[in-house]
Write a protein that binds this ligand. Structure first.
Ligand code: GLU
Length: 273
């Protein structure tokens, strides 16, 4: 089977070294196996996605010396696919409308520290009303329908535990899909055999595995990697003030040299498992 990997950034901000490392790992995984590497722009969030970020992402990746093997796929052009998947899940009776506001959800989810906060199912079984809503999955019903599931991470079997994520959102109030639904549909549609991504998405994979089972989609092999951390040991994030690749590029840094340093693990302290 041909190895197919992908890098799937959301164009809601500029990429930093953590993204570069993730893209390189995914790219090199495919290249080392004679496989294909794809670029997918996850721009279903119409309010936060920006065209100028897309252009910058493409330039950043080229600057790093990465190449991809097919036209870039934009999730914003694929909303009908997500709507079809959503309709299938609705027809199974596994979704419900949630009318909760952000404030109501924040209050309901302010669990005592230590506990994993999940949506408590306030709107499950609530009567329909004329108000904006998102679609949530009835997780207990979905898990019962799908039965026991597992997936592999770095070749090790992992028992899927989607129930721990609660009744996640599958279509947002302002978009016909959520990250979980779009990523599951697209990884299958693009024939992705191996998902190489940060360990911050490990929990999400339990949900993706469940959706694959419900939608009769294949399950890729997963390879979650540790996250790059700053000098202070904190993981790099946009809000952490990590230098944007675009700024490094503008300052005249050599992208190939940056990529080589990341590959060699020079100055790449990592956090997480
Ligand atoms: N779009 C997601 C992000 O930028 C990543 C999706 C994925 O790799 O599954 O965090």
């Amino acid at each position: 089977m041909t190895v197919v990997t992908r890098f799937a950034p959301s164009p809601t901000g500029r990429l930093h070294l953590g993204h570069a490392w993730s893209a390189i790992l995914s790219h090199d995984f495919a290249r080392a196996r004679g496989g294909r590497f794809l670029l997918r722009i996850e721009d279903i969030d119409g309010t936060r996605s920006r065209a100028e970020h897309v252009a910058t992402i493409v330039e950043d990746l080229r600057w790093l010396g990465l190449s991809w093997d097919a036209d870039v796929v934009f999730q914003s052009a694929r909303l009908a696919r997500y709507a079809a998947a959503l309709a299938r899940l609705r027809a199974m009776g596994l979704l419900y409308r949630c009318y909760c506001t952000r404030a109501e959800i924040a209050e309901a989810m302010s669990a005592p520290h230590g506990a994993v906060a999940v949506y408590p199912g306030t709107c499950r079984g609530a009567p329909e009303r004329d108000a904006p809503f998102c679609w949530r999955i009835d997780m207990a019903a979905a898990v019962e329908r799908a039965g026991a599931l597992d997936w592999t991470d770095h070749g090790r079997p992992i028992v899927a535990d989607p129930a721990a994520q609660g009744d996640v959102v599958l279509a947002r109030k302002d978009a016909p899909a959520s990250y979980h639904l779009a990523v599951t549909v697209d990884d299958a549609a693009q024939g992705v055999s191996d998902v190489v991504r940060g360990v911050d998405l490990f929990a999400a994979t339990h949900v993706h595995r469940l959706l694959q089972a419900l939608l009769d989609l294949p399950t890729p092999a997963y390879h979650h990697h540790p996250l790059l951390a700053g000098a202070d040991g904190e993981r790099l994030a946009k809000r952490h003030g990590a230098p944007a690749l675009a700024a490094m590029r503008a300052a005249g840094e050599d992208g190939a040299a940056v990529a080589a340093r990341l590959r060699a693990g020079v100055g790449v302290p990592t956090s997480g498992p």
